[in-house]
Design a protein around this ligand. Structure first.
Ligand code: NI
Length: 296
């Protein structure tokens, strides 16, 4: 049985992997091969500006005309949020979580590990029957950004099939273990399975701090409209935290939807106008917090 949770180095690997793209082999060439018989006339080099232009950030990539593939939160009208549970199903904890959700009439999204899905098909059926979304979290929870295309295909296809066979539903979204998925892999998985890649903006570190009070307070502190909340239904302390967490979010007016429903509500964000320069900015402005919490 797999009992692994998501660890802290999530953003180290994806970033490292992104920067390593040029060293990737064959399947995704860095530059397209020339086509046709067009004669390429050498062009004299143009003078380059002295400082090297920075690489586009993931945020800049997301803002390009390309279809949006990766989400760590959504921009929605209304107080909708999506709570997600990774790494199960767990025979000890998932049924108890389902009871808590059912009692409150709430729906969640379960990012299941394929080898657990085939081990507990009855729990898979129950998750689907009670209206929750089931999504792909790989077969055995490896760091996908370090694997080649064939291995990643096996990890995702086996799980995609296991979800269909056990629960009778088709996964529409996936979450890479540890958040580790390169930019090329994200586009490729979207083309191959139609998956949107789901990260998160609320992380209570429930795999690390096995304390229900901590999990509850972190989620209540960080959740905003459009949040995608990360939790793990393999940990008893996480499920213990859910009565207070769910009731607390409800008391604040939040409405629970599945990840796919939240994505369907996502609206393009208009860039904020640049602030007009005023007199000397106060020192505090230089250390203002970022606009949004970066997902790990
Ligand atoms: Ni995980």
């Amino acid at each position: 049985m797999l009992r692994r949770a998501c660890f802290t180095f999530l953003w180290v690997f994806p970033l490292a992997a992104c920067f390593a793209q040029t060293a990737q082999p064959a399947s995704q060439p860095a530059t397209p091969a020339p086509t046709g018989s067009v004669q390429v006339v050498p062009v004299p080099p143009t003078p380059q500006p002295p400082p090297a232009a920075p690489l586009p950030s993931p945020a800049a990539t997301a803002a390009s005309p390309q279809p949006k593939v990766t989400y760590s939160q959504c921009s929605v009208e209304g107080s909708y949020v999506a709570i997600t549970f990774d790494d199960g199903p767990s025979p000890e904890n998932t049924p108890r979580l389902l009871d808590l959700l059912k009692k409150r009439g709430l729906r969640a999204t379960f990012f299941v590990v394929g080898q657990c899905a085939v081990e507990y098909p009855d729990i898979m059926k129950r998750i689907a029957a009670e209206g929750h979304e089931i999504a792909n979290h790989s077969w055995s929870h490896p760091l996908l950004s370090k694997l080649g295309e064939a291995a990643v295909t096996e990890q995702l296809q086996r799980t995609h099939d296991a979800i269909q066979q056990t629960a009778g539903v088709t996964a529409k979204v996936m979450r890479p273990p540890y958040g580790g998925f390169t930019a090329n892999q994200r586009v490729w998985a979207h083309k191959k399975w139609g998956y949107k890649i789901i990260l998160w903006d609320v992380d209570p570190l429930d795999w690390k701090v096995r304390n229900a009070g901590h999990v509850e307070s972190e989620i209540l502190k960080r959740t905003v409209n459009g949040s995608i909340i990360l939790a793990h239904d393999i940990h008893k302390s996480t499920v213990d935290a859910m009565p207070g967490t769910l009731d607390g979010l409800l008391a604040r007016g939040h409405k629970f939807v599945t990840v796919s429903e939240l994505l369907a509500m996502d609206r393009p964000t208009t860039p904020k106008p640049k602030p007009v320069a005023v007199e000397k900015a106060p020192a505090a402005a230089a250390v203002a917090a970022p606009a949004s919490t970066p997902a790990r």
